[in-house]
Design a binder for this molecule. Structure first.
Ligand code: NAD
Length: 472
């Protein structure tokens, strides 16, 4: 049994003052694996003070010093990649292939950002002014539980590159992944206070960060409902906010796509990260006259998916992260049935042969109407809704009929046609004939999927603010 009871403040691991203790279980076995003492507002105040104290030094650092720091962070995280992978499997239930990818992605964030920084001009001449891109100030980096090391490292890389000291608040549901990531980041040996890490509840530590006058910027990734609370809290002190929020992505298969391949890719997009991905393509839009063919292909693909032990490389889908996630998925499967969708794969309960763990059956509904809950709400598990369209205009209208707009997918053998269609989709990004994001492209959503962009150049600029200086 592990005990986590420290925060990382001012370059040291210090005891948490909060008294609330949270129990974590391994989602594959439901066995308790850790007790975590959560930080409270007093801990958060110390972390904010440490970042505030370090801000002038970081803001005053040169580009080459920041690049050096990013390289140190990259090396330190890469050296602990296996550990990050292993705890992602044990605490979260990520299948080994995905956990391995996350563990590599975490270190690569620093390398990619260092490259962007190297080519970035902090000073430009515009009109009669010299415009200086200045760090916005102390940043709060708030992360969800479904991609812990990756989200922390990605946000931290941009903050350091811009010259912003930070307080990082990962999800209270991921203490072990946070601990291992914090140890890795600490090993990079950056000056004290440049980043600080603590685990606490959202309505406690998270609220302290969102309302503190000493925080200038919030970079948040999580649900739209929490994003709204944060944005409202932040407006009082006019904090800058970047919000990476909920998704309900559409994957459109055009009638000229190679169907067998496209359906396989679309299922990969729907079920990635055990279906717990903001960018999961959970609405599959297919031509009505090909629906029966799609159903046959989907059933064949899904029946070949291995659900089970996330440590097994043959496993495609591991357990969901928590009991509440398991129950949430059961709720949506029942809702799909009640509202009249046709179940073509999966269904309620655990897959056969799995007696314990938060495993669910990869589930697919056909004949889904766009007004059904399973077509409108983010389920956040391996549940796919197939909707049939009559023509291209219908497909576009259906894809855009959502309050969300994070990412979309288009499959077609005619790339120009797919690109034309992509122009009309309301989404922060459109992936054509692929399911892997471009890590240097701006990442974020339109509509209620977010505000602002992360990654690459846009991710860096999200932590900067232009200051114009003009003389006579
Ligand atoms: P969540 O909104 O419940 O929590 C996210 C973080 O916010 C946690 O650290 C939580 O403690 C904190 N928080 C909660 N209440 C807060 C408050 N009042 N003030 C400040 N912080 C608060 O989200 P989750 O359940 O951890 O993650 C799943 C959601 O995240 C899904 O909706 C998913 O789509 C979304 N997500 C989005 C992206 C993206 O880039 N768009 C990426 C991953 C996940």
């Amino acid at each position: 049994m592990r005990e986590f009871n420290q925060s990382y403040i001012h370059g040291r691991f210090v005891p948490v003052q909060g008294t609330t203790v949270l129990q974590s279980v391994n989602p594959s076995t439901e066995q308790t694996i850790a007790h975590t003492r959560l930080a409270n507002r007093d801990d958060a105040k110390l972390a904010i003070a440490a970042a505030k104290g370090a801000q002038p030094q970081l803001a005053g650092s040169s580009k080459s010093e920041r690049i050096e720091m990013l390289k140190q962070l990259e090396a330190a995280v890469l050296a602990r990649a296996d550990h990050i992978r292993d705890v992602t499997i044990e605490e979260y239930g990520g299948p080994v292939s995905r956990a391995q990818w996350v563990s590599q992605y975490a270190s690569q964030c620093f390398a990619r950002t260092a490259k962007i920084l190297a080519g970035y001009e902090f000073t430009r001449h515009i009109g009669e002014s010299v415009v200086h891109m200045r760090p916005v100030g102390v940043a709060a980096l708030i992360a969800p539980w479904n991609s812990v090391a990756g989200t922390i490292c990605n946000k931290l890389a941009s903050a350091i590159a811009a010259g912003c000291a930070s307080v990082i608040k990962p999800s209270e549901l991921s203490p072990w992944q946070t601990e291992v990531t914090a140890q890795a980041l600490h090993a990079a040996g950056l000056p004290a206070g440049f980043f600080n890490i603590l685990l606490g509840r959202g309505d406690d530590v998270g609220d302290e960060l969102s309302t503190s006058a000493d925080i200038a910027k919030i970079s948040f990734t999580g649900s739209t409902s929490t994003g709204k609370i944060i944005a409202r809290a932040a407006v009082d002190s006019m904090k800058r906010v970047s919000l990476g929020l909920t998704g309900k992505s559409a994957a459109i298969v055009l009638d000229d796509a190679p169907f067998a391949e496209a359906i396989g890719q679309a299922l990969g997009a729907a079920f990635m990260n055990n279906g717990q991905a903001c960018v999961a393509g959970t609405r599959l839009l297919v031509p009505r006259h090909r629906l029966e063919q799609v159903i046959t292909l989907v059933q064949a693909h899904v029946s070949a998916l291995r659900v089970g032990d996330p440590r097994d490389p043959a496993t495609a889908i591991g357990p969901l992260a928590s009991r509440s996630q398991y129950e949430r998925i059961q709720h949506y499967i029942r809702r799909g049935l009640e509202q009249g969708a046709t179940l073509i794969a999966g269904g309620e309960g655990r897959p056969q042969g799995l007696q314990a763990g938060y495993f669910v059956k990869p589930t697919v509904f056909a004949h889904v109407d766009r007004d059904m809950d399973i077509a409108r709400e983010e389920i956040f598990g391996p549940v796919l809704s197939i909707l049939a369209y009559d023509n291209e205009a219908d497909a576009i209208a259906m894809a855009n009929d959502s309050i969300y707009g994070l990412q979309a997918y288009v499959f077609s053998s005619n790339v120009q046609r797919a690109e034309r269609l992509a122009q009309q989709l309301q989404a922060g990004a459109v992936l054509i004939n692929r399911t892997m994001v471009d890590p240097l492209a701006p990442f974020g959503g339109v509509k209620q999927s977010g505000l602002g962009r992360e990654n690459g150049l846009f991710g860096l600029e999200a932590f900067l603010e232009p200051k114009a200086i003009v003389t006579v």
